[in-house]
Ligand binder design. Structure first.
Ligand code: SAM
Length: 232
């Protein structure tokens, strides 16, 4: 993968970016996404944020080698701390991390979101943590999609400011995804159920402490929610 030949996963993230918006891509690694967005003419200005030296240097190198230094500012820093109020960032993208890490980055950097109108988030796992964060912080899900690439399944959540209430089922599965049961969607949840059942089987072989009992009940609840959604 490179900025001109982007993965389907990051191309799908890019498809939600509005034309001419100012974007901050957090956890940018090689800065492929901002480079692609600028090369495609979708945007002209972006910040690529990275907290790890190696990926930060890769991003600097990529932006330089593509001659995009005027358009993409690569900044070293933790999460949203790379964003300054004068940047006028309208869209934040965070892709390729776990849902809880994405939610913790948003939580820690809430005060950097004043100018931001749209969050495009691609958790590799546990999207639920992002939906919970959104509810608690007055962001609502306006779009969701799911795709498979190289045998891995990814969800993308698009948030705008606003309030929403979600049922347990919608929190887990996604309020929009739940209405579009694609082949990939069904595959993801059939796999999840199989994994949860495998864990339940392991639990049946060990001493039931109160912690195990609670975990068992949580898994059984999740299985029931997903089975209900798949049957509906
Ligand atoms: N966003 C790219 C993508 O989707 O292909 C790169 C994903 S890579 C798996 C995750 C990147 O996020 C790593 O380069 C990691 O260093 C960076 N990262 C993790 N936590 C971060 C944080 N708190 N602030 C900035 N970058 C972070």
């Amino acid at each position: 993968m490179n900025a001109k030949n982007l993965s389907e996963r990051l191309k799908t993230v890019a498809s939600f970016v509005e034309e001419k918006s100012i974007v901050a891509d957090i956890g940018s690694d090689h800065a492929y996404l901002p480079c692609y967005l600028v090369h495609s003419g979708i945007i002209t200005q972006a910040i690529a944020g990275e907290v790890v030296k190696g990926p930060f240097e890769s991003a600097l190198k990529q932006v330089k080698s593509e001659g995009l230094e005027e358009h993409i500012d690569v900044r070293f820093g933790d999460g949203l701390e790379v964003i300054q109020p004068t940047d006028g960032v309208q869209t934040v993208t965070i892709a390729g991390m776990g849902g809880p890490l994405i939610a913790s980055i948003l939580e820690a950097g809430k005060d950097k979101l004043h100018t931001v109108e749209k969050l495009i988030l691609q958790p590799n796992i546990h999207a639920k943590a992002i939906r919970e964060w959104a509810i608690n912080n007055d962001w609502k899900i306006v779009d969701e999609t799911i795709l498979e690439e190289h045998g891995k399944i990814y969800e993308i959540l698009v948030l705008k400011r606003g309030q929403m209430t979600l049922t347990d089922k919608e929190l887990l599965i996604g309020p929009i995804l739940i209405h579009h049961k694609s082949i990939v969607f069904t595959k993801k949840w059939v796999n999840e159920i199989a994994e949860w059942r495998r864990i339940l089987n392991q639990f049946n072989k060990i001493n039931i402490t109160s912690e195990v009992k609670q975990k068992k009940e949580e898994l059984e609840h999740k299985i029931a929610l997903v089975e209900e959604a798949l049957k509906a």
